[in-house]
Design a protein around this ligand. Structure first.
Ligand SMILES: [Zn+2]
Length: 401
């Protein structure tokens, strides 16, 4: 898994999120059960079909302004006076389509559960948000994270981590959506991504999330750590969250990503650096300055033929060459004249659960609770409904200002 995490989000305390939610509607649950996923962003038009009966509501007034029993595939476009759906114009900037229980909404040929909101953006494009129960959302995510053929305990561990991360990401005060459906959040494919065994893993762990001190943790995960997970403090300079500390991992050695090797022309690296604002001439040598405690590279030294050296952070170097090109920050450097080999271990940022390690643990008969408490040390597994009650008791002031 690759994530480009928003540091602001990481730094937002869960308590803050909970308090903000409560301020919006005191009577509603403190941890919402629904996630808002942006499934189309800034599009000029899209295809919409509704298999079953539905109502269309204007979000600003709350009024129902349309209904039907079936909608054949129709174009959605913006007009000056509103949103065009097929032949009907709805005078609204934000429409929610509420399907009846058995109906499903198909956007650009992909079926989705839950409600869908069509939003007119300030620059006159259409953004589509799927408002979906968190359990259904996780069912549409797991298939993209792990193989649905993996042992059930590994799938359950992944379900809990994905649910925790989704609930951690909910941000009601900000954008009209909480997560996107691409690699910047968790890849989400709607109903097409549901599989029997991943659905079971979600059902078996229904409502369970990882917490620390009664708060939801940002339960990061990654494909393969390569021998030791990364401490979030060292990579992102976060405050200490014990569940995101580094742990040794002897379980991912069978991962196809455990070892990797990439070859580059030095000119390619020079060009990539220049493209990202560094002023670099011909490169003579690249070497490691220092590594953190998990052996991942902290800083690199780039020596130029003109005699000038400069230092770059290992994380920045990986980001600008491409995080799926340089698979991890744990590698050796071997120079060959005009070329350089990077010989590395693992794939991903390394923080939190190692997915291939979870697979290895499950194959050695560890259960999902053991897997989660190994990769998220000191975390406490709880049902998020319990969390709501404890937060109400603990934090009553901001909730009833
Ligand atoms: Zn590992």
């Amino acid at each position: 898994m690759r994530r480009n995490f928003l540091l602001g989000l990481i730094l937002t305390s869960t308590l803050g999120v909970v308090a903000a939610l409560a301020a919006i509607d005191k009577n509603k649950l403190l941890v919402p059960e629904q996630v808002r996923v942006a499934i189309v962003r800034d599009s000029r038009e899209l295809d919409l079909a509704i298999h079953g009966s539905y109502r269309i509501r204007d979000m600003l007034s709350g009024k129902v302004i349309g209904k039907g029993t079936y909608l054949t595939n129709s174009k959605v476009r913006l007009l000056d006076k509103g949103i065009l759906v097929g032949l009907d114009v709805y005078p609204s900037k934000r429409l929610t389509i509420e399907p009846s229980r058995d109906a499903s909404i198909i956007i650009d040929e992909r079926p989705f559960r839950g409600e869908v909101t069509l939003i007119r953006t300030p620059d006159n494009r259409i953004t589509v948000v799927n408002v979906i129960n968190v359990e259904d959302y996780i069912k549409g995510v797991l298939y993209h994270e792990v193989s649905h053929h993996w042992p059930m305990e590994a799938l359950k561990a992944q379900a809990v981590a994905a649910r925790t991360y989704a609930l951690y990401s909910i941000n009601p005060a900000g954008k009209p959506y909480d997560v996107t459906n691409d690699i910047y959040s968790q890849v989400y494919g709607g109903r097409n991504s549901e599989r029997y065994r991943t659905d079971l893993a979600v059902d078996y762990t229904r409502g369970l999330i990882l917490t620390y001190n009664g708060q939801i943790i940002p339960a990061y995960f990654h494909a393969t750590c390569g021998g030791m997970t990364e401490d979030a403090r060292e990579l992102w300079h976060l405050t200490d969250i014990p569940p995101l500390r580094a742990v040794p991992c002897a379980f991912c050695q069978n991962s196809p990503h455990f070892r990797w090797k990439k070859n580059f022309r030095l000119k390619e690296i020079q060009d990539a650096l220049n493209l990202h604002g560094y002023k670099v001439g011909s490169i003579k040598d690249i070497s490691v300055v220092d590594r953190d405690r998990s052996e991942r590279i902290d800083h690199l030294k780039i020596a130029q033929k003109n005699g000038q050296d400069f230092i770059i952070k290992g994380k920045d170097f990986r980001d600008l060459i491409g995080p799926n090109v340089i698979m991890s920050n744990n590698y050796e450097i071997v120079m060959h004249g005009y070329y350089v080999d990077l010989i590395g271990k693992g794939w991903g940022h390394g923080v939190g659960m190692c997915q291939w390690g979870a697979l290895g643990m499950a194959r050695q008969q560890f259960n999902y609770k053991q897997i989660l408490s190994y990769y998220y040390p000191q975390s406490v597994l709880m049902n998020y409904h319990e969390l709501q009650k404890s937060e109400i008791l603990k934090d009553s002031k901001p909730i009833h200002p």
